[in-house]
Design a protein around this ligand. Structure first.
Ligand code: AP5
Ligand code: MG
Length: 250
């Protein structure tokens, strides 16, 4: 991967948390507030899985089984996304890294691609029964990726995306048995990952079992940024997933 020609410090925020912890929800807020992209490897990989290629089908099989997609493929989609110009000032990683090995790969990528970067890691902590309840009622927009919840964040119109009017769907991997497998893998992998970032001195734990707004304010405090007066207003536009034009690519 080539070294970027940008010179200022790049702000890299990593959000770690189990399935249903609210990573996507908080990243939407944070991306809108900080005006840097939200990069969800889960979303990028689901796009990949939607392709009719053989590799697309393989990725879909991994996701639908609740397994991790191989690192080589995840790194390809991640590096393709972070090479775009809109990442020069910074970006928020949602769902990457998930293992100690991926954390080391990220570190190598950052060192080789950015002249200076400021890495912060936030860990969302949520009890398992709450995670299961959230995932059993989650809805998403298949086009823009905006997340909803039939119980805690219903769309304005019945099962339609507030932003683009698309019919909302449930994720294939939110099947109860798949959720349990995703949680099992998370619990298996996260101790080494957390231990690594704690030793690096970049990790902050955040109680994710509160309102979206309270957690968002805590994130800004953890990042030493002042909470804006009205976080709700800043959440209107999803700055995530955005497909950039060729002109914006590096
Ligand atoms: P990914 O899409 O990243 O899934 P995940 O990590 O399992 O997390 P979720 O997206 O399910 O939950 P979330 O924390 O984003 O919660 P959300 O904000 O939606 O990955 C999917 C798959 O892709 C993986 O299993 C793997 O196969 C593959 N993959 C991805 N990254 C990979 C990698 N690095 N390496 C290898 N494979 C990879 O919230 C959940 C619900 O709760 C929503 O309905 C929301 O409205 C609601 N909610 C959120 N916050 C609150 C709150 N505070 N109060 C009440 N309700 C809330
Ligand atoms: Mg998510």
């Amino acid at each position: 991967m080539s070294v970027s020609n940008q010179t200022a410090t790049t702000f890299v925020i990593v959000l770690i948390g189990p399935p249903g912890a609210g990573k996507g929800t908080q990243c939407e807020q944070l991306a809108a507030t900080l005006k840097i992209p939200h990069i969800s490897t889960g979303h990028l990989l689901r796009e990949y899985a939607g392709r009719s290629s053989g590799v697309g089908q393989q990725v879909k099989n991994f996701i639908d089984a609740g397994n991790l997609v191989p690192d080589s493929l995840v790194m390809n989609v991640l590096e393709e996304r972070t090479r775009r110009r809109d990442c020069d000032a910074g970006f928020i990683l949602d769902g990457f890294p998930r293992t100690y090995a991926q954390a080391k790969l990220l570190q190598m990528t950052l060192l080789s691609s950015w002249k200076a970067f400021d890495l912060r890691v936030l860990q969302l902590i949520v009890p398992k029964p709450i995670l299961l309840a959230r995932l059993s009622s989650r809805l998403i927009c298949p086009v823009c990726g905006t997340g909803y919840n039939a119980t805690t964040k219903p769309p304005l119109r019945n099962r339609m995306c507030d932003l683009d009017g698309q019919a909302l769907i449930t994720r294939d991997d939110d099947l109860a048995s798949t959720v349990l497998e995703r949680l099992r893998i998370y619990e298996e992998q996260v101790p080494a990952l957390i231990n690594y970032y704690r030793q690096c001195g970049v990790l902050t734990d955040v109680d994710g079992n509160r309102t979206v707004r309270e957690i968002a304010a805590d994130f800004l405090r953890a990042l030493s940024l002042h909470p804006p007066l009205d976080l709700e207003k800043t959440a209107a536009q999803p700055a995530h997933f955005g497909s950039q034009t060729e002109d914006e690519s590096r």
